[in-house]
Design a protein around this ligand. Sequence first.
Ligand SMILES: [Fe+2]
Ligand SMILES: [Fe+2]
Length: 344
Amino acid sequence: MTSWTQTDLHYLSTNLSNADVAHRTGRSEAAVRGKRQRMLAAAGKPAAVTTPKDDFKTEKAPLEFGYIPLDVLDGDEWTRIGLVADTHLCCKEERLDALHAQYDLFESEGIKDVFHAGNIVDGYIPKINGGSVYETSIDGQATYCVEHYPARKGVTTHFITGNDHEGWWQKEGFNFGAYLEFVAKNQGREDLHYIGHVEADVELIIPGKKHDRPQLMKIQHPGGGSAYARSYKGQKMVESFQGGEKPSILVQGHYHVSGYSYDRNVHIIGMPGFQDQTIFGRTKHLRYEIGGVILSFKLSSETGTITRLCPEFNMFYDRGFYKPFLRSDRTLIKGKQQIITGKQ
Ligand SMILES: [Fe+2]
Ligand SMILES: [Fe+2]
C-alpha cells in the first residue's frame, strides 16, 4: 500500500468529496473513504455517516458520482472493416462500377476484411428476374461472379447467402455459397470466403483476453418485404432477440437502404446495395440505394464492450452521374481519332 503524502493528507482534510480526492490522489474512492473514517476515529469524532441503533432516522449518504477513467472508454486501438451487401451480380442492373470503386477505397484505406450481407449474385427466379439476368444456371452465375467480383490484394470477402436470390438451397438443396467458394478456389481466387446461409455470427476477440462469451457481430440477410421506415426492420429484429443471444453489432442486408440505429445495446447497420432499381423493385415502389460501409469501432479490453463505433457510408449516385469519369469514356480522350481513307 502506498503511504499517504502530506499533499494527500491536505486533500483529505478539505471539504472535497471522496471522489474528488480519489481523483486528485490517484487512489480509489474506497481507500479515501476508509482513510477519512480512520482519521475521524483517531480524533475521537463520529464517522460522517452513522446509523444509530434503535433509531430509524438515518442521515442520507451524499451521492458520489465518481469518475470513469478515459482508458475504459478509449484505451484501445480502432478496428476497421468493410461492409457490403446485395451486389446481385449477373443482374443487368448490377453496379460493378460502384462496387469496384468501393473496393478500391477499401484497399487504399488498408481494409483487410470485408463482410458481405447476402445476395452476392442475382440467382434465377423467372417470375422476378427472368428477363434481366445474364446467366440463368448455377454454374453460369458462379463463374460470372468469380470473373467479375472485385479482387484486391490483401482483401478477403467473407460472404453469406440469402434464401431469396441464392435460394437454390431451399428448392434443390444446393449450397450455393460453398459451391461459389469452391469454384473461386478452382480458378485461383482465395479471397471469396463463405461463412453461412442467411446469417453468420462473427466473434470479436481481444488479443490475450479469455472470453467465456465474446461479443458478436451478426451478418444477416433476413428476407421478407421492406418497411416504409428504414430503421423499422432492424429494430423489430433486435426486439425479437432473446437477452443472451443479442449481438453487439447487427449488419442487415436485403433491404437495399442505408440506416444506423441503436436499440437494446445493439448497433444496427442497414446496408445499401450495389444494384440499381429493377423492374420488380419499381412495381413494388422499393428504394434502391447504392453504397458500402467502412465500419470503425473500439472494443474495450477493460470492459469487453464496444465503446466507440462509427459507420461511414460511402454512397454512390446513379450510373449516369459517373459517365464523365469512367476511364473508358470517350469524353476523356482528347481530339478525334481519324483515318483519312484512301491516303494510308
Ligand atoms: Fe437483395
Ligand atoms: Fe434479398
